[in-house]
Ligand binder design. Structure first.
Ligand code: PEP
Ligand code: MG
Length: 849
């Protein structure tokens, strides 16, 4: 077994240096040394040693300094295991003292030497001796006089002269950096980035290459791709007579790297050094298997490589870089798959607010559907449709949306609601439509009579004012923010194609309309896993017939209204089947409580009374009759199908007739019919026998054969528990985790948004369970349902179609539990494909220990 290293190690090609003991920077520097790049002499301090330094146990400083010149000039930089976890800032010019100053005056000139000394004394005073930064405010900080004043200020404040011994200076720097890492704020910050509580810090002590002095001297950074796009582009800055990352400062005299019409460049100034840098950075890409940013210093025309870090990258750049590395044979396609964070893919499919641009955030809510869009505020669906007719981009603001708002949502560029959580109506529909959406923005005060919203700081916005919805970050921004376009390009397609080669769980889309289905096809979903049929009844011309059906007192009248709806439903299904070209389509029979189809205000009721040619009192009475105390637990789903069986009869007939029609033209279709909200076996038996009867009628009438599959949507805890007795009657179970979460917790999915933040902050829930599958509770029901179902019927197809279906963590759970596929909003299909592929790749090639 490897021993925990406890002493400083000179970085040589063979030294024992590891990421897990010395940190990523130390390991990377060793790789650069192995590539024979001109890296200044560097010593790495392991985690364990730095931890002891923080506790006051200093190493043998003489031994440490033996690795360097007798009169050293050093820099110290942090080396945590993952560079993203951060660390204390680098300290340069350690070792600067009177003797070295005299020497440097000869080597690099007095002005530069003085500047270096002054900067070091100031940095040391503030970061190591912990003196007040104000101390230097009124001093001259230039030239000999400046140096005298800062040294005197140090001495006055500490009652000691500025330390001249490099060992004392270095010990102070090491101690302050070690302690900074162990501080509470730093720990919390890195834990937020995924670091474990006991993450260690390594330090590297490196000989300074001076970017100051005679000849071509300076420092800078270079990378060979753009961080924004990932396309090849020599990017970075160089600054003559500078150190560290000074070249990146906005002010000052930094120049371009490659020749550039806008100004002077390093390529012109020092062509050989420039060519060396390109060569080194290319070599790093090839051998370190990553696009790297090289930090360098040029000393009298000679390049020194101080450091290499992976380039910062946007999501689209991450995809392009990974694919280019694989195409160049530097990494394998499976490695490319693992290099891209699945959630980052979502960002690429939508426009995003330019992350660099200033933004005036006026409210925050739940990031319910990613992407960003700007538009004029509208408060009603009718106003949204009017804006769309004028070709004007609008943002629909509602307290919460209902199925009646769907057409308004279609007409809007983005949606904002005061109420609701991640599975509220607005959120689900917006994700399906790919509309940016923020829900639960409860800090905004809505005044729907005046059509205004007021922000927490008292600013009132009215209809017509322009805002931007950033659905990726859950922000409402004043005005029209600059946006980056979506990037559904060749690199993305290539990555997805590789992902599909490895993926071993199916991915379907939840798609209700032809528009959804087209997106599902574009993102190569393997079928529709959930078609919510209720949305079809909100189309123009249908709602009135639907309402007639709801108003019918007798089954006979209901059937007459349904006869009118039948051809419309059939046409919907024919179109879906056509678009899906033989891929499976799972259609859910009507689910919501009927009152959702009825008007909610007097105007709506009056026009309904006119349309039905009935007195207003009939309308209000029927609405009262249909009102329920707990509609989500009331007459909906299969309960509706059993109480008013004509509705499901009509839907089954529409499906079968559509199958015959679509099959005549192209790929044969085997539809899947799904019964919602089941809680008892008998419900399935009743619906099944009626669906079979309808199928027999259609077969006889058409004299044609067709197949179909019947399944149950598991949304109640009882259905999961009794899956063993339900499964023999059906060919599939699809877990609707939105309702299942709601019912397992007894937590309203439409109201939870109001207090979810507090619950998560207080640690009651680790995450919003409507967002991240609760694998302990809801997961146990999924597991139990899956096992009991499969025990009863070996070929039972298992899937998940709640909003969790697109989450990488839920996909891991479902794959482990032996599910056949996941189904999610069309725009999340690529995320799911990539996440599923990563799981498979990790199983095939487990990480090396
Ligand atoms: C569910 O409950 O998980 C589901 C997919 O159905 P809906 O969201 O339409 O209730
Ligand atoms: Mg449901």
């Amino acid at each position: 077994m490897q021993q925990t290293p406890t002493s400083p190690t000179l970085i040589t090609p063979d030294a024992s240096i590891a990421n897990a003991t010395h940190g990523g920077r130390a390991k990377c520097l060793q790789r650069l040394v192995r590539l024979e790049l001109p890296v200044p002499r560097t010593v790495a301090l392991p985690f364990d040693m730095v931890h002891r330094i923080a506790a006051g146990q200093m190493p043998d400083m003489k031994g440490l300094l033996q690795h360097f010149d007798a009169q050293p000039l050093l820099c110290v930089r942090p080396s945590s295991e993952d560079p993203d976890w951060g660390g204390p800032g680098a300290v340069l010019n350690v070792g600067m003292n009177d003797a070295l100053f005299a020497d440097l005056c000869d080597r690099i000139g007095e002005e530069a030497a003085t500047a270096v000394y002054i900067r070091f004394v100031q940095g040391y005073s503030i970061n190591v001796a912990r003196l007040d930064p104000d101390l230097f405010d009124d001093l001259v900080v230039e030239g000999r006089e400046g140096l005298r004043q800062v040294l005197a200020a140090y001495q006055e404040e500490t009652e000691e002269p500025f330390p001249q011994d490099p060992g004392v200076q270095l010990a102070g720097v090491l101690r302050s950096m070690a302690r900074a890492w162990e501080g509470t704020t730093a720990r919390l910050l890195r834990q937020a980035k995924g670091a474990p509580a006991d993450a260690g810090l390594g330090l590297v002590v490196q000989e300074m290459a001076l970017g100051l002095g005679k000849g071509v001297c300076g420092s800078g950074v270079i990378q060979l791709v753009s961080s924004a796009t990932g396309r090849p582009k020599i990017t970075g800055r160089y600054r003559s007579q500078s150190q560290g990352r000074e070249a990146l400062k906005k002010e000052g005299s930094s120049i371009y790297l490659a020749r550039d019409p806008r100004g002077s460049s390093l390529e012109d100034l020092a062509p050989e050094a420039f060519a060396d840098l390109i060569r080194y950075t290319r070599l790093m890409r090839k051998r370190l298997k990553a696009e790297m940013q090289t930090e360098f210093t040029i000393e009298n025309g000679r390049v020194h490589v101080l450091d290499g870090v992976r380039v910062r990258r946007s999501s689209r750049a991450a995809v392009r870089i990974a694919v280019a590395l694989a195409n160049d044979g530097i990494i394998t396609p499976e490695e490319a798959i693992l290099r891209v964070e699945p959630r980052a893919v979502t960002e690429m499919l939508h426009r995003q607010v330019d992350p660099e641009a200033p933004r005036h955030v006026i409210a925050k809510g739940i990031a319910a559907s990613p992407g960003a869009a700007s538009g004029r505020i509208v408060f009603t669906s009718a106003a949204a449709q009017a804006a769309a007719a004028r070709d004007e981009s609008c943002v629909l603001i509602r307290r919460e949306t209902t199925p009646e708002d769907i057409r308004g949502m279609h007409a809007s560029a983005a949606v904002l609601t005061e109420r609701g959580g991640i599975t509220s109506h607005a959120a689900v529909i917006a994700r399906g439509l790919g509309l940016p959406c923020v829900v639960g923005a409860s800090e905004l005060k809505f005044n729907l009579r005046r059509n205004t919203v007021t922000t927490a700081d008292g600013q009132t916005l009215k209809e017509g004012d322009v805002i931007t919805i950033d659905g990726t970050n859950g922000e409402v921004i004043l005005g029209s923010a600059p946006l980056h376009e979506a990037a559904h390009d060749g690199a993305f397609q290539q990555l997805m194609a590789w992902a599909d080669e490895f993926r071993d769980i199916g991915v379907r889309a939840n798609a209700d309309t032809p528009a959804d289905a087209l997106i599902a096809r574009k993102f190569e979903a393997q079928g529709i896993g959930l078609c919510r049929t209720e949305h079809m009844f909100f189309e123009p011309g249908r709602l009135t017939v639907m309402r007639e059906m709801i108003f019918a007192a007798e089954a006979e009248d209901r059937r007459a209204a349904l006869d009118q709806l039948l051809p419309m439903q059939r046409a919907d299904f024919v179109e879906l089947f056509r678009i899906m070209q033989g891929h499976p389509v799972c259609i859910r029979l009507l689910d919501p409580p009927l009152h959702e189809f009825l008007p909610t205000n007097r105007d709506g009721m009056r026009s309904l009374a006119e349309a039905l040619d009935r007195p207003m009192s009939d309308v209000t009475r029927r609405i009262e009759e249909l009102a329920e105390h707990n509609p989500m637990l009331g007459l909906r789903g299969v309960r509706l199908g059993i109480n008013m069986p004509e509705i499901y009869d009509m839907q089954a007939r529409a499906i079968f007739e559509a199958v015959l029609e679509a099959s005549r033209e192209g790929a044969s279709v085997v539809p899947e019919i799904m019964i919602p909200l089941v809680s008892a076996k008998r419900e399935v038996e009743l619906v099944k026998s009626r669906v079979e009867a309808v199928a027999a009628e259609v077969r006889t009438a058409s004299n044609q054969r067709f197949d179909y599959r019947l399944g149950v949507m598991v949304e109640t805890p009882r259905a999961a528990l009794r899956a063993g007795e339900i499964a023999p009657h059906v060919s599939f179970l699809s877990f609707g985790t939105n309702d299942l979460t709601q019912m397992t917790y007894g937590l309203s999915r439409d109201d939870a948004g109001r207090f979810m933040k507090t619950y998560v902050q207080e640690g009651v829930f680790a995450e919003d369970p409507f967002h991240t599958l609760d694998v302990d509770g809801v997961g146990e029901l999924l597991q139990t349902g899956a096992e009991r179902g499969r025990d009863a019927r070996k070929d039972l197809v298992l899937s998940i179609c709640g909003e969790h279906g697109g989450n990488p963590e839920s996909i891991a759970f479902c794959r482990q539990a032996g599910f056949d596929y996941v189904s999610c909003s069309p725009f999340r299909v690529p995320v799911a494909r990539l996440a599923a592929a990563q799981l498979a790749v990790k199983d095939i090639f487990p990480p090396k220990m």
